[in-house]
Write a protein that binds this ligand. Structure first.
Ligand SMILES: NC(=O)c1ccc[n+]([C@@H]2O[C@H](COP(=O)([O-])OP(=O)(O)OC[C@H]3O[C@@H](n4cnc5c(N)ncnc54)[C@H](O)[C@@H]3O)[C@@H](O)[C@H]2O)c1
Length: 316
């Protein structure tokens, strides 16, 4: 098949594009490189640097494409509170521009990388797809708006569309930016460099951490599965893990004893989060294969950014 992956130079996009290319598909990537790096893409992946709001470029890139994976987005929850209009421009307007281009070309299906952040605080756990959503950040609002635009425009245009609500993904290739780094990459980096792990709140808040290969399995299956048009499907591990338990596992797999500092002034976000993955199992035959401890070990082994620290002290 011919695929377009927007945001394909990012963390999830690189893993997805390389998997598709290895399976023998033709893959085009569009990414503005604001957060991604095409250096990690396989040579057979066709890379174009450009913006998701450039409609003429999208038109050109969509020729002969069977399926679009839409991953291009700004992805930091705290940063979105500082720059909501910028998040709206990329995540919402960018999605609308893409959907217009998809409508006007002969694309058959599109898969949106949506987010579990859309749910916000819920009284019940795990989170089912039919829960009323309470987005709590401009990022979450932008992903919810993107879902609505994707489903509405695709239904009108006769394009099949699937929205995967991905929970906290992690794995090799996830960047650790100085401001607002993702929690697992941040904890691993600080543990391996004998730094300090900062825990917001009391560490009892829970999240659903899902390994990158499991997310890629779900994305790839969603591009050809039958009976998924217009569906919203959770993609997580289905396991709830507290921040304190995560710190314990990070200590165990790194063999290091980083200092822990609690920051009670900063909220840890929603108290509990966990995906119900029954629908993913029914619609996509999805079964998460990588438990958190294994995923942490694989992340350290496979990501070159951790190599130096591992050589200094081999893993147990
Ligand atoms: N990683 C997670 O835990 C997670 C969870 C839920 C949803 N998602 C979604 O999955 C997608 C990929 O996330 P990721 O973790 O790989 O993040 P990422 O930042 O690594 O990837 C996003 C990519 O989009 C690109 N991009 C940003 N603005 C762009 C623009 N204007 N035009 C073109 N490209 C642009 C960036 O350069 C980057 O390569 C996002 O849509 C995100 O909302 C991720």
């Amino acid at each position: 098949m011919n695929y377009l992956v927007t945001g394909g130079a990012g963390f999830l996009g690189t893993a997805l594009s390389n998997r598709l290319a290895k399976q023998g598909h033709h893959v085009r990537v569009l990414d503005d490189c604001s957060a991604g790096d095409p250096a990690h893409l396989l040579p057979e992946v066709e890379f174009v640097q450009g913006d998701i709001n450039e409609k003429t470029l999208l038109w050109k890139m969509l020729q002969d494409v069977d399926c679009v994976f839409h991953l291009a987005a700004k992805v930091s929850v705290p940063e979105s509170s500082l720059f909501p209009s910028s998040y709206n421009h990329v995540n919402v307007s960018g999605t609308v521009t893409l959907m217009e281009a998809i409508r006007d070309t002969k694309v058959k299906r599109m898969v949106l990388a949506s987010s579990g952040a859309i749910y916000g605080h819920q009284d019940q756990i795990p989170y089912f797809e039919d829960f009323e959503v309470h987005p709590e950040s401009p990022y979450a609002v932008s992903k919810l708006a993107a879902e609505h635009y994707v489903r509405t425009i695709s239904a009108q245009a006769g394009v099949e569309a699937v929205c995967l609500r991905i929970f906290n993904a992690y794995g090799p290739g996830q960047r650790v930016p100085h401001s607002h780094p993702p929690i697992i990459a941040n904890f691993l980096k600080h543990a391996l460099t004998n730094g300090t792990i900062i825990i917001h709140g009391d560490g009892s808040q829970t999240r659903d951490y899902v390994y990158v290969d499991d997310v890629v399995n779900a994305l790839v299956t969603a591009s050809t599965a039958v009976g998924v048009d217009q569906q919203v499907i959770n993609i997580g591990s289905g396991v709830e893990t507290s921040v304190l338990e995560l710190v314990r596992l990070v200590r165990q797999v790194t063999g290091k004893k980083p200092e822990e500092v609690y920051n009670p002034l900063k909220s840890g976000g929603s108290t509990r989060m966990c995906a119900d993955i029954t629908k993913a199992n029914e619609k996509l035959n999805y079964i998460p294969l990588v438990p958190l401890e294994t995923g942490l070990r694989l992340t350290i082994e496979r990501d070159p950014q951790y190599k130096k620290e591992i050589e200094a002290k081999p893993l147990a």
